[in-house]
Each structure stands twice: as C-alpha cells, then as structure tokens.
Write a protein of this length. Structure first.
Length: 101
C-alpha cells in the first residue's frame, strides 16, 4: 500500500469526524463514553475490527476516553488503509453509543 500524498491525506482526514493529523505519519481520533466498562467494551470491538482488517491501532485508555492512533509503518506514513480503519472505528463508535442510550 502506498503512502498518501499530503493533499490527499489532508482531504481524507477532513472528512473523518473526530480525527486529526498529529504529524506527517499519524492520525488520531478520540472517543468518549458514559463509563469505563463502556470504553473497554469499545476497545474490545475495535480489536475485532483491527484483526479483520489486519491493521492495528495504538490504543490509549484514560478512564472514559479512548484515543486511537493510526499509521502504516511499512509505507512510512498514512495510507488508504488508515483512512478506511478510522471510518470503520467511527462506525463502531456510533453503534456503541447508540446502544448506551
């Protein structure tokens, strides 16, 4: 998979709700939950998605907040796989918070 050009990466990131570029190689998205168990349940769902996509994020958990960071190491930066992963994680989050209501 090829690294995205800066302009293409910026355009793709702009379309991702809650995701920002951290530098030339990383994007990050944060998600908030009603409780610590809800945050952990989300991480468990993310693990399944990551395995299926064979693309694993850096995961940070701070009580009710989960932060995901993505890059494609072998490409030396952001690729379409990072963008697709972020889109999928957003979908999982939306389904997760819908279940909390």
């Amino acid at each position: 998979m090829e690294k995205l050009a800066t302009e293409a990466a910026d355009a793709a990131i702009a379309s991702l709700a809650g995701w920002t570029r951290q530098d030339e190689k990383w994007i990050a998205g944060s998600y908030r939950f009603v409780s610590f168990p809800a945050a952990i349940a989300f991480v468990s769902q993310i693990a399944e998605v990551a395995e299926a996509m064979n693309h694993h994020p850096f995961i940070g958990i701070d009580y009710k907040k989960v932060t995901l960071r993505l890059t494609t190491w072998h490409a030396g930066g952001l690729t379409e796989l990072d963008i697709r992963s972020a889109e999928r994680y957003n979908e999982v989050y939306q389904a997760s918070i819908a279940g909390q209501r």
